[in-house]
Design a protein around this ligand. Structure first.
Ligand code: ADP
Length: 669
């Protein structure tokens, strides 16, 4: 009965061109291998043995001729289809073992399962490893194994998907003679168990164990003979009574799983593989993510502090009173405090009285004057801002004394010499003493301290606690000799009436001061505090935009760093990529593996950046006394963006890796 043909090579030619040299590595080779054959291919170096093996192993394609493996014609198959056929039908054993160096023996054995689609079952890998005589070394990495043991691992790996054909290219070339015998024993037993074996060797002796010997020279088969196998000294198979065979597949191999389960398994494996690769090059990985880290840290710190500053400012502005209008002489460009300009009006107490009488929807009106003065208590002097205002001011500006009391309308009318002090003034004038009731000197007049303003802190440009408040009439007539009011605060009952009251103020003042329409702009300003809030929030928006631009640039630079290191990694691991492809990895598998690695790098950089940025914000906040706030949204956004950077910048290196041809990659030194 004729046995089925597993390998059919029909008139295959492979030509290599090196400049003008044309080399026929395979010259019209025809060969059929039956199921269960043990074929040894021999011949001098350069005769085309490895090239023929690569053809059988679907690692290389012929220039002419056709190949079919286990009944599948290879002709016209896509790269991925070739990978699938390779993963299912062919097991490779190389002279160099080609094990993944950082991976344990059993995981090396399990590697092809990842690509063939069977569940990644390490128990099965253990079983195969035990079958080739390695039970106690499963957890060892290749560097902890002898050459013979490494080759056993490589054979186990070749068997894990139950191939039809086992291809071994000089499998014992790197081994001492005892290990050689052990490996050959395994091959013989596997063959007895039903696997077709094709072995390339240059050792005449080894050919004796085959039942068929093919000799090659100059790319041609020069002889092809069948023989009775003879076992070598030291081989267990020599003992004819020991007819041991390796029946690995009695229980069948695990069924393939597909869809989301297979994907999940791959992602898991790529992640652990990527983590291994990143941790084995810790410093390099760290340096490569430095760019991303710095960018993200800067964004987190600035946004965190910016958000804190914004909140503080909002709080302060709301402390000023939200329905507040400030009226002062001069155009809006002159700033608060007014004066100057081409035609500023002068506000007098009668104007304030008129406003009080005529305005509707207004709860409080507080006129004031501002100046600077030197104050003195005992030996200490201090230069500070003086605000002269009415007793209503405290309600409008959240300035009700929290220690002592506010002055009364009677005291204002009587031009009393009473004062309410900000905390900075207290500190500089009185130190730790209780100032209430004390008298201090202001412009040669003695004032009595009756209250202390609540501490307000800095509003970013001035210390709001460095101020003394005295009655308006006292300030105008006793201290400074002002005739006119510098500014009026008007509190409106509800926010809907703001613009209405603004209009009323304008028309009352225009009438009283007889201002022509054209001069209104320069005459006085009514500032809506809500406008200031809007201005601040628009400044905030511009800041955020600028920050985003800076962040994008730093992430771009960081991304290039990641890409650079990934390119280095692809070059370094060319052989590994070749091996994975030989074991059945598709383009998409390699692409995903490197993408996952780039993604992990970027996320690592992002995570470090968040931590560092957080730390910087916390320290800066502690030093400046500003609150900071890192919102979860910002962290989520930053993580998302860095992940995207990883994918975008990892794509090119990953694509480069995926495009490598297995045979060239395997030969890469
Ligand atoms: P063997 O395995 O019998 O030593 P090979 O099959 O490796 O021989 O090589 C056969 C011939 O083809 C050799 O002369 C070798 O130099 C040449 N060859 C193999 N691969 C390449 C290649 N990628 N480019 C150019 N020449 C090659």
């Amino acid at each position: 009965m004729t046995k089925p043909i597993v390998i059919n090579i029909d008139q295959v030619t492979k030509i290599f061109r090196m400049g003008d040299n044309v080399l026929r590595a395979l010259d019209n080779v025809t060969l059929q291998v039956e199921e269960g054959d043990f074929v040894a291919i021999v011949g001098p170096s350069g005769s085309g043995k490895s090239t023929l093996m690569n053809m059988i192993g679907l690692l290389d394609v012929p220039d002419t001729g056709s190949i079919s493996i286990a009944g599948h014609s290879v002709c016209g198959l896509s790269d991925d289809e070739l990978c699938g056929l390779r993963a299912d039908s062919i097991g490779f054993v190389f002279q160099q073992f080609n094990l993944l160096s950082r991976t344990s023996a059993v995981e090396n054995v399990g590697l092809p399962m990842l690509y063939s689609g069977v569940p990644y079952d390490l128990k099965w890998a253990h079983k195969i490893l035990a079958a080739v005589g390695l039970t106690t070394h499963a957890a060892h990495t290749p560097s902890q194994l002898s050459g013979g043991q490494q080759q056993r691992v490589a054979i186990a790996r070749a068997l894990v998907n139950k191939p039809h054909v086992l291809l071994a290219d000089e499998p014992t070339g790197n081994l001492d003679s005892q290990s050689e015998r052990e490996i050959l024993d395994i091959l013989v037993q596997l063959n007895r168990g039903g696997i077709t074996v094709v072995i390339v060797t240059h050792e005449q002796e080894v050919t004796q164990i085959a039942n068929r010997v093919i000799k090659m020279r100059d790319g041609k088969i020069t002889s092809d003979e069948r023989q009775t196998p003879q076992y070598l000294d030291g081989m267990k198979s020599l003992d004819q009574s020991n007819n041991a065979s390796l029946q690995l597949y009695d229980n069948g191999i695990p069924a393939k799983d597909t869809g989301s389960k297979a994907l999940l398994r791959k992602v898991k494996s790529y992640t652990s593989e990527a983590l291994r690769s990143l941790t084995s090059n810790k410093i390099r990985s760290f340096l490569s993510v430095l760019g991303i880290m710095i960018g993200v840290a800067a964004v987190i710190a600035v946004l965190g502090l910016g958000e804190g500053a914004r909140k503080t400012m909002e709080k302060e502005l709301s402390g000023l009173g939200s329905n507040l209008l400030a009226v002062y002489p001069g155009g809006s460009g002159r700033g608060m405090g007014g004066g100057g300009g081409s035609n500023p009006i002068r506000l007098f107490p009668e104007d304030i009285a008129a406003l009080k009488a005529e305005l509707e929807h207004v709860t409080e009106i507080a006129p004031r004057v501002n100046s600077k003065a030197m104050v003195q208590f005992e030996e200490k002097t201090w230069n500070t801002s003086i605000t002269g205002t009415t007793s209503d001011y405290a309600k409008l500006r959240a300035s009700m004394p929290d220690i002592g009391r506010n002055f009364t309308k009677g005291e204002d009318d009587a031009r009393a010499r009473v004062a309410i002090l900000g905390r900075t003034v207290v500190k500089n004038l009185f130190g730790d003493k209780d100032p209430i009731g004390s008298e201090f000197k202001l412009n040669r007049l003695y004032f009595q301290v009756i209250g202390l303003l609540p501490a307000k802190g800095s509003n970013g440009w001035q210390d709001q606690d460095d101020v003394i408040i005295i009655p308006l009439a006292t300030a105008m007539h006793r201290v400074f000799g002002f005739e006119n009011i510098h500014m009026v605060d008007v509190q409106v009952d509800t926010s809907e009436h703001m613009s209405d009251v603004e209009g009323q103020i304008k028309s009352i003042l225009q009438q009283r001061k007889k201002i022509p329409d054209a001069k209104m702009e320069d005459a006085f300003t009514v500032r809506n505090m809500a406008d200031i809030q809007a201005a601040i929030s628009s400044t905030n928006k511009i800041m955020s935009l600028l920050l985003s631009i800076i962040a994008s640039i730093s992430l771009l630079v960081g991304g290039i760093g990641v890409m650079n290191i990934m390119l280095v990694s692809v070059t370094e691991r060319t052989r590994e990529i070749g091996l994975r492809k030989a074991l059945g990895a598709k383009k998409s598998d390699i692409l995903s593996q490197f993408l996952v690695e780039a993604l992990l790098l970027a996320i690592l950089g992002g995570a470090l950046g968040v931590a560092v940025g957080w730390g910087i914000s916390a320290v800066a906040a502690a030093v400046t006394n500003w609150p900071f706030e890192v919102s979860p949204t910002v962290v989520a956004l930053v993580t998302g963006v860095t992940a995207l950077v990883g994918i975008i910048f990892g794509f090119w290196p990953a694509k480069k890796a995926a495009a490598l041809q297995p045979i060239q990659a395997l030969k890469y030194e």
